[in-house]
Design a protein around this ligand. Structure first.
Ligand SMILES: C[S@@+](CC[C@H](N)C(=O)[O-])C[C@H]1O[C@@H](n2cnc3c(N)ncnc32)[C@H](O)[C@@H]1O
Length: 382
């Protein structure tokens, strides 16, 4: 697995994911004018960049921090496009240029487009690296939600904790799993309510990273709802796009399932409300879903759930973060502090390894062990 979290196999799945790849190719072909400048943002192995060259782009900048950019370089040579591509192995926010692009193409969503740094990255690239009036692919994403009846997915999610395995009560974990959304893929038969739009992300103008909406769902049939299913539909360019809605061809993204604390029975025509919010905090999204309904027994059901409650936070994990905490220096830190003090642009790793094994002979009884350690440390900072 690479630093991006994607293996080459998963990049391969992206290239063969249809209709995604075909629609991206169509949008790119439409957007490219002879000789134009393109940025392939988050290029992975660079398939979009190669397509851009094939369709007539004059110059393409491939931006990708992952080692898969090496494949993009080899493929550019293999396809005869190397002289038209600049490779930037970095995050886009660290790169700048005077020659802005006519077209930016990217797919740095996760299961949901409100994913990690996606929105801040798109905003930054639009403002700094794209010409005024330049084309962005994708242009707009719409995020939708509906209530689902999904006993199997739900049981898999919460069952191990509520079913008293071997007669033992494991329900202490329930609060954590009930507040964790998961990737899934459901068919239209799972839907038990109308579909509501949660957000529209127009990347050509978007400023807000946070989104919230109060959605009212009407039950379209009698049944039991286990949670909210969220998916998106994209307009890469007007008239070009795809969706990962239930019933659409399964895409690499999957869909997101937000479970309820408890299943709720609903009769056809009844309504239920969910206040959903996605707040970008410290590099990732905290999702909250507050649900209210009256079930078929006339009982009021109200849950206040949040992915913030999904992490196991114990006093032991919080203590080292307290402002009053004085961190002791562990041997591992002493080793790294020593190595880093020798990283000066003049001392080679061989010499650092010699000094490391001399200073910490118990930890590095062989030269190769020391060299292995300093090589890893060097790679982390370079
Ligand atoms: C889902 S993959 C897409 C790969 C390829 N473009 C495709 O669509 O098949 C997203 C890639 O974006 C990269 N990425 C995410 N944020 C980035 C950023 N700010 N700058 C450059 N690359 C980024 C990740 O490392 C990852 O390789």
């Amino acid at each position: 697995m690479s630093p991006s979290g994607y293996s080459l196999n998963s990049y391969g799945e992206m290239i063969t994911c249809e209709p995604r790849q075909g629609e991206y190719a169509k949008a790119l072909k439409q957007a490219i004018t002879p000789g134009c400048r393109v940025i392939d943002l988050g290029a992975g192995p660079g398939h979009f960049a190669l397509l851009a060259c094939k369709y007539g782009a004059g110059h393409v900048v491939v931006i990708e921090p992952d080692p898969s950019i090496h494949i993009a370089k080899l493929a550019a040579q293999d396809n005869g496009f190397a002289d038209r591509i600049t490779f930037v192995r970095d995050m886009s926010q660290n790169w700048s240029t005077d020659e802005k692009a006519d077209v930016v193409i990217s797919d740095i969503r996760g299961v949901i487009p409100l994913f990690e740094h996606h929105i801040p990255t798109i905003k930054d690239v639009r403002k700094r690296l794209l010409k005024h009036g330049g084309v962005q692919i994708p242009g707009v994403d719409h995020i939708y939600g509906a209530l689902v009846e999904a006993p199997e997915v739900y049981t898999k999610h919460v069952g191990p904790w509520l079913d008293k395995p071997y007669g033992l009560d494991m329900s202490a974990a329930h609060i954590y799993v009930a507040n964790r959304w998961s990737r899934t893929y459901m068919q239209p038969e799972a839907l038990i309510s109308s579909t509501q739009r949660f957000a529209t992300l127009d990347y050509r103008t978007i400023e807000d990273t946070n989104h919230r909406a109060s959605l009212t769902f009407e039950a379209t049939r009698t049944g039991t709802t286990h949670g909210i299913l969220i998916w998106f539909e994209t307009e890469l360019l007007p008239g070009v796009g795809y969706s990962n809605a239930p019933g659409a061809p399964e895409q690499i993204y999957g869909q997101a399932f937000f479970p309820f604390e408890r299943p709720v029975s609903l009769a056809e025509g009844m309504t239920a409300t969910a206040d959903i919010s996605a707040n970008f905090i410290d590099g990732s999204y905290v999702w909250s879903w507050n649900f209210r309904a009256t079930d078929t027994d006339g009982q009021a059901q109200a849950f206040r759930q949040s992915s913030f409650k999904a992490d196991i936070i114990s006093p032991e994990t919080l203590a080292p973060r307290a402002a009053s905490f004085c961190p002791p220096q562990h041997i591992k830190q002493k080793i790294d502090v020593f190595c880093l003090s020798l990283f000066d642009g003049q001392t080679d790793l061989n010499t650092v390894a010699d000094q490391l094994s001399a200073k910490f002979p118990q930890q590095f009884e062989t030269k190769s062990k020391a060299l292995n350690h300093v090589a890893k440390l060097s790679a982390r900072y370079n």
